[in-house]
Design a binder for this molecule. Structure first.
Ligand code: PLP
Length: 394
């Protein structure tokens, strides 16, 4: 229909589409803020559905802005393909729900992000999935659990939350491969370091953290092979935790400065860890960049950086950290991590409430443990703020 002949209310819903000429393109990723994509030939639409050609139909199935983010992160991590989700936990949950069925066993660890453990224990257990919860130090236990005939997957983190420790990724992947067990690595804390993540079947990121970097958008990513992506995609489309194109755009924008931010955060974290370690009121500091960290040599050899997260505890084990955690002038008591601003979190309350007393000792969290996420502020200002907090401790 000729647009000049349309009534105003028709024209407003059927305006002329302005396509860019083939030799002319936007330098910033365009946001395809559209749920629907029209196709001019039904046969071509069927080919899109059969994955015989690229094309878009409905944004829950795929969106060009989201696809750019998937491609970028797959390239950065040496993986064949990416599948974006609305949050990091949606990436983990979608992967586990897709790959596991009743009777299968999942191996997972006490040194991990608490909601990942709770997801397994609440949702997967209800589905009839069997669970084996271990410590990353329990090599004999890991070997035995991976060899069990019903074990289907193992889920672990490359830098554990909140202790900042490293599992033996090679050991887990080698034994898992031997027994055809799928390896699911949550790589969120480590950022986009390559390590040997290509040895893992699935690499998960919460993009809410270092990728977006500004604490203003949530997202998740599953990085894997083309064939596994295809299998997961079929289920994730039905689970519906799709990443919005505007969120994908913000994360892509965040990625432009990711490496600069990460470098600044890591430098600040090392300086703060060193300062805390010298402080008379501090009992322990867990930061892989410190020679006192039990895995310092391993991190130095195998990792590209030591990260921007650290855990410390007080000498005075009777002191209530509730009196200081909300008193930071720069260090705010808030959820999340990896953004430009520094954050402070009481570790027992947030990360270890589901662990037994014995498990808390194993993961190194007590009532005075505090997690810090270090931002890109001036490090002297950050230390001044920590100093005023520690001055309050007796
Ligand atoms: N994995 C780790 C290690 C995390 O720290 C988090 C969030 O803190 C998540 C996954 C979940 O990410 P999101 O909050 O984007 O769902």
């Amino acid at each position: 229909m000729d647009q000049n002949t349309m009534a105003p209310e028709t024209l407003c819903s059927h305006l002329e589409t302005r396509l860019l000429p083939a030799d002319n393109y936007a330098l910033a990723t365009p946001i395809y803020q559209s749920v629907k994509f029209a196709v001019e030939d039904f046969d071509e639409l069927k080919r899109i559905f059969r994955n015989e050609r690229t094309g878009y139909f409905y944004s829950r199935h795929g969106n060009p802005t989201v696809a750019q983010l998937e491609n970028l992160l797959a390239q950065l991590q040496g993986q064949e393909a990416g599948l974006a989700t609305s949050t990091g936990i949606a990436a983990l949950a979608g992967t586990l729900l897709s790959l596991l069925k009743s009777g299968d066993r999942l191996v997972y660890f006490i040194e991990s992000y608490r909601p990942s453990r709770v997801f397994a224990e609440k949702i997967l257990r209800k589905m009839g999935v069997q669970l084996t919860r271990l410590s990353i130090d329990d090599k004999a236990g890991i070997q035995a659990a991976l060899a069990l005939p019903d074990t289907k997957a193992v889920m672990f983190e490359s830098m554990t939350n909140p202790q900042v420790r490293a599992p033996d990724i090679d050991f887990i992947c080698t034994h898992a491969k031997q027994h055809k067990v799928l390896t699911i690595l949550d790589h969120t804390f480590a950022g986009f370091q390559k390590l040997k993540v290509e040895n893992c079947d699935v690499v998960i990121h919460s993009l809410t953290k270092f990728a977006s970097g500004h604490g203003d958008v949530m997202g998740g990513m599953i990085l894997t092979s083309q064939s596994l992506r295809h299998e997961l995609e079929e289920n994730l489309i039905l689970l519906g935790a799709t990443l919005d194109p505007h969120a994908a755009y913000l994360i892509l924008r965040g990625m432009k400065t990711y490496h600069l931010r990460r470098r600044a955060q890591c430098e600040n974290a090392l300086a703060i860890a060193q300062w805390l370690e010298e402080h008379p009121k501090i009992a322990s500091v867990s930061y892989p960049g410190l020679p006192s960290h039990p895995q310092h040599a391993h991190f130095r050899e195998a990792y590209e950086d030591f990260g921007s997260m650290l855990l410390f505890s007080l000498q005075n084990k009777d002191y209530s950290i509730e009196d200081i955690v909300a008193r930071g002038q720069l260090f705010k008591l808030a959820a999340s991590l990896g953004s430009t601003e520094s954050l402070i979190t009481p570790a027992l309350f947030f990360f270890a409430g589901d662990l037994s007393a014995e498990e808390r000792v194993k993961v190194g969290i007590d009532a005075t443990s505090i997690r810090l996420s270090i931002g890109i502020e001036n490090v002297a200002d950050l230390i001044r703020d920590l100093n005023q907090l520690l001055d309050r401790v007796n």
